[in-house]
Ligand binder design. Sequence first.
Ligand code: PEP
Ligand code: MN
Length: 336
Amino acid sequence: MIIIMKSHATKKQIEDVISWVESVGYRAHPSTGVERTIIGAIGDKRDKEILQYAETLPGVEKTMPILKPYKLASHEAHEGNTEVSVGSIKIGGPEFVVIAGPCAIESKEQLLKSARVVKKGGAQVLRGGAYKPRTSPYSFQGMEEDGLKILKQVGMKAKLPTVTEVVSPADVDLVESYADMLQIGARNVQNFPLLKKVGHSRRPVLLKRGMMTTIEELLMSAEYILSEGNPNIVLCERGIRTFETATRNTLDISAVPVLKGLTHLPVIVDPSHAAGDWRYVIPLSRAAIAVGADGIIVEVHPQPEKAFSDGAQSLKPEKFYQLMEELKAITSVMKH
Ligand code: PEP
Ligand code: MN
């Protein structure tokens, strides 16, 4: 932590700050410039919250942290980039990974049809929600364990690893017994008991950014999972809430290179929940691959017009095939 004194801070104020820094267990390293004095507070405790109190001391202008608040998620804790295995698929490696499927599992027939489309298009992982966190309590809430059973059967039949959302710590053991990857949705990104619980899971975690979380907060949520012992996390940018109403959320595409610069964890994009409208899903997916994402998660439904949830943003099979063709073309251009 660096404490910057006001330009007119008195000698006494500077001395008081130094004594206070030492009284809370840090070493103080003052450095006097022409204009002002800055004081470095050095200690090996990463939790420097107490030092923020310095901002309230007389003569102090502001304080600045030196270290990032997250450790295990940062590049300093891990050389190179992490590759996360989901079944036999690796996210974060050389291959751009597409996770696709319906928003919700509605029936065995619906998921089988979806899986055929996902497989035929060449996507690597099947998605489908059995526990749906809906804004309205009157909306379809998901098939729960019956849905998980369908997901497992269909995933095995289609030879696709699966990802599904878990919304409560009490359900983690059950969900991980059926699915290959656990999704923590936008609404649960700061559900700390849930983060801690999946931190003990043997399954990889798809951690979505919340609609009101900063990049640093997302990384702190990843840190909760990492610090409980689960190193297999894929981060997902899925749009944040802004003043713009033309799309469901605003895809923060710059989050991808920013995250890549800050963490070794893979980063994927969800263009479906960002846009809320299938017409923008292909353009946003192009942006995702071009900006350096490790993959995308997209909603695909055999009959979006009849979907129980998120039909407006779900791709029809033909549009999904078109997306996959375009991604192939972009991949080959990017290799040159
Ligand atoms: C979903 O993946 O269907 C979902 C609910 O996503 P999010 O948590 O990003 O809204
Ligand atoms: Mn959805």
